[in-house]
Design a protein around this ligand. Structure first.
Ligand SMILES: [Zn+2]
Length: 348
């Protein structure tokens, strides 16, 4: 998938967006709530109940540069989870029907804001779904809106709801790209949820400030071997802490009944556990001091946005991931359902 953005920066993001299947268990009870988070300071003065110092991590509030919030009941259910942990998120436009116009993006933004808790400062960065029929005028409207942040290019048929995607970028969308140039929108390329060292090398070889990539927690945790093929050693893997690589959960919630069927939907609901999982991977690599750049600095720096000023805290305090989140329309099963994670966001 490629993203062409329209707000101050313009983004072209490449992605496969295939998703994976979530192994889930439903043994335990309902979601009990996640706490809040933190950065590179380790406060050893706090004692755990066993009398040992409790590790604490304070981070500048992270952003999620690749998020699926869905719509309707699902949106109402999952938006508060992301809003609790992240300051901003690039919201993917592949709804049914996809968000192809600025008017639709504005309406979607309104729905998202309505789904947030009253005290939330979460900012959804809206995107348009590029099609063969997108007009140059739509780009101008998007730019003028001040709300639409990017235009996502889904190659037709490549991923969920991509049947309306682009069949020939330069053949069908050249006037749109030209409109972006006219609107003074820089063309950036973001490779979405990269999984291989080839992708890392490609990103590294790109011109500074124009090419970057997101990495999901599931690709770091579940496909670690694939990430380090080609000579990278596990203790030495540097994928997530390159300056051009930043956090993008690709969190993709589905209602449980739609996943547990013969043609179950792809997609992992990772938003509630993403920060805990990133912290786990960075800690295992002895690189917790690099975590904040990945979660909170590299993304806004690349997109030319200010870094967040809020802080969040995480403590090393084992917590059980809920087996599912229960809503009146059904259940949503998170990644690592029913398992224990070490790093817990702390919310006051
Ligand atoms: Zn995605």
């Amino acid at each position: 998938m490629v993203t062409v953005s329209t707000a101050p920066p313009t983004v072209l993001a490449a992605s496969d967006c295939k998703g994976s299947t979530l192994a889930s268990s439903f043994k335990h009870g309902k979601y009990s709530g996640i706490g809040s988070y933190p950065l590179q300071s380790f406060d050893l003065s706090r004692k755990s109940k066993y009398g040992r110092p409790k590790m604490e991590l304070t981070l500048t509030q992270p952003d999620d540069w690749h998020l699926h919030l869905r719509d309707g009941d699902l949106l109402q259910a999952v938006a508060p989870h992301s809003a609790k942990l992240f300051g901003r998120a690039i919201v993917m436009p592949n709804l049914k029907p996809p968000i192809t116009t600025t008017a639709a993006a504005l309406a979607y933004q309104k729905s998202i804001l309505k789904a947030l808790p009253a005290d939330s400062n979460f900012t959804p960065l809206m995107t348009l779904y590029l099609t063969d029929k997108t007009s140059p005028n739509e780009i101008k409207l998007a730019r003028k809106s001040g709300v639409v942040f990017a235009v996502k290019l889904y190659p037709a048929g490549a991923t969920t709801n991509s049947q309306d995607g682009v069949t020939d970028l330069f053949g069908k969308c050249l006037t749109v790209l030209e409109a972006m140039v006219e609107e003074n929108m820089p063309l950036l390329i973001v490779m979405e949820h990269i999984t291989t060292m080839d992708a890392v090398r490609f990103v590294e070889s790109g011109k500074e400030g124009f090419l970057a990539a997101t990495v999901t927690p599931q690709h770091l945790i579940l496909n670690r071997n694939a990430l380090f093929q080609g000579g990278m050693q596990p203790h030495n893997y540097c994928l997530p802490w390159k300056q051009k690589i930043f956090l993008g959960t690709d969190s993709s919630p589905h209602e449980r009944r739609r996943k547990e069927c013969p043609r179950g939907c792809a997609g992992i609901y990772s938003a509630p556990v993403a920060l805990s999982l990133y912290a786990k991977v960075f800690e295992e690599a002895g690189a917790l001091d690099k975590l904040e750049a990945f979660t909170s600095f590299n993304g806004p720096d690349f997109y030319g946005l200010p870094r967040n000023t809020e802080k969040i805290k995480m403590t090393k305090n084992p917590w059980a991931v809920p087996s599912y989140f229960s809503f009146n329309f059904g259940d949503i099963v998170p990644m690592f359902a029913g398992e224990t994670l070490q790093w817990q966001p702390c919310f006051s």
